[in-house]
Ligand binder design. Structure first.
Ligand SMILES: *Cc1c(COP(=O)(O)O)cnc(C)c1O
Length: 407
């Protein structure tokens, strides 16, 4: 049986344990929702305040050059690159994941004339499917979906692009990026990976598997803050042909020439559309710096150990609670999901005790294990609270079972 002594022993030998103090913690909270909104780094407030008071307040417009605001999308992107197996000049920070999906789906379709199908899977994160459907509304794409085990069979001569989320947001299941990328290429299709639930938590090797495109989220395991800008990756071999539809002035080869005609900037710079969000980039950079300092190998290793510790602590006490995530930690992301018909009420009752996980429709309890700041003590406390609650039925109180609008 796992116990608190084992949790404390694991914390004792955890080489990342001291990174916990780089984050801000409210009292009495165990935070297992860093896969939805990462925690606040201690340094973020000071950094953003400096940007506001000094760089903006005093530097004014001069700060585009003096504080190097102008190159922040490239600079922060280049720091994300080693976390995902990319070259520094292959990654840029801009807009949201949704908008970057739109740009890259459209760019991929333009590179495969005669093909219109974008293949994805049912139950993918909604925005990924909605963006395919938005382009379908423009007459540019046709959505096709196939269940995970039928994806390879659904790749044919009509498929321009395979768009998948590497780690599934609900189940935590991780796709085989190497083999699916290879299968898509053999069918003549391009591949776009959504790394929103991967970056900063699991190993990703975009170059190693010759992925074409990727996007990912700044506010989950990168701890960039609510609505942090997202990133986009384009393999170097596509840089010269990449044509994206949001051809804004910041993606122009010479934005300050104010020419009437659009000429795309070299490389990933052409993925910029409008003026970069400097305050958002400043906050994101603090989170990215911490992840880069730790390195993805150590982050991924700790995340596997933590999710496995939680899984064992729960299942050895509650063997009937249905695990939706893969049991093998090497094929799941940094999260565990369980199915329970009263998942919503249980989630609310846990939050009332300070154990913050989340609920996903219709019956999923989801717990994320952010490796840069959680302790095994946290993980054991949360597992114990879940076990005791489910065993006791105390979540059946009316205040926990009424479903509120915001989940
Ligand atoms: C969180 C998440 C997003 C977020 O998209 P935004 O446009 O930045 O809100 C997109 N895709 C996946 C798979 C996600 O998990």
């Amino acid at each position: 049986m796992t116990d608190i002594a084992e949790a404390l022993r694991l914390d004792d030998v955890d080489e990342l344990a001291h990174f916990r103090s780089r984050f801000t913690w409210p009292d009495g909270v165990v935070y297992l929702d860093g896969n939805s909104l990462g925690a606040l780094p201690v340094a973020t407030a000071g950094r953003v305040e400096k940007v506001i008071r000094e760089e903006w307040g005093t530097g004014l417009i001069r700060s585009w050059n003096d504080a190097d605001w102008i190159s922040m999308p490239q600079r922060v992107g280049s720091k994300i690159a080693p976390l995902i197996g990319a070259e520094p000049e292959e990654v840029i920070v801009a807009d949201s994941v949704s908008v970057n999906l739109f740009k890259l789906i459209a760019a991929a379709l333009a590179m495969r004339p005669g093909r219109k199908v974008v293949l994805s899977e049912p139950g993918n994160f909604p925005t990924d499917l909605y963006m395919i459907q938005g382009l379908e509304g423009q007459g540019l794409s046709v959505q096709r979906t196939a269940e995970a085990d039928g994806i390879e069979a659904a790749l044919d001569d009509d498929v321009a692009l395979l768009l998948l989320t590497h780690v599934h947001y609900k189940s935590g299941r991780m796709h085989d990026m190497i083999n699916l990328t290879k299968a898509a290429h053999e069918a003549g299709a391009l591949v776009l990976w959504d790394l929103s639930h991967s970056v900063g938590a699991v190993e990703v090797d975009l170059n190693g598997c010759e992925a074409d495109f990727a996007v990912g989220c700044g506010y989950k395991y990168l701890n960039g803050g609510p609505g942090a800008p997202a990133f986009a990756y384009v393999a170097k071999r596509h840089h010269n042909v990449l044509q994206q539809p949001l051809s804004g002035w910041m993606g122009h080869a010479a934005p300050f020439a104010f020419s009437d005609n659009y000429t795309p900037a070299p490389g990933v710079d052409r993925l910029l559309a409008g003026t970069p969000h400097i305050l958002g980039l400043a906050a994101l950079e603090v989170g990215v710096d911490i992840a880069a300092e730790i390195g993805i190998a150590a982050l991924a290793e700790k995340s596997r150990r933590m999710s496995e510790f939680f899984r064992v602590a729960v299942t050895e006490r509650l063997p009937d609670l249905e695990l939706v995530s893969p049991i093998d930690p090497t094929v799941r992301g940094s999260q565990l999901s369980f199915r329970h018909e009263h998942a919503y009420a249980i989630c609310q009752a846990l939050i009332a005790q300070g154990i913050i996980g989340d609920f996903r429709e219709p019956d999923i309890l989801r717990f994320g294990f952010a490796p840069s700041y959680l302790s095994f003590d946290d993980v054991f406390k949360a597992a114990t609270a879940l076990v005791e609650l489910v065993a006791s039925g105390k979540w059946e109180r009316p205040e926990f079972s009424e479903r509120s609008k915001v989940t």
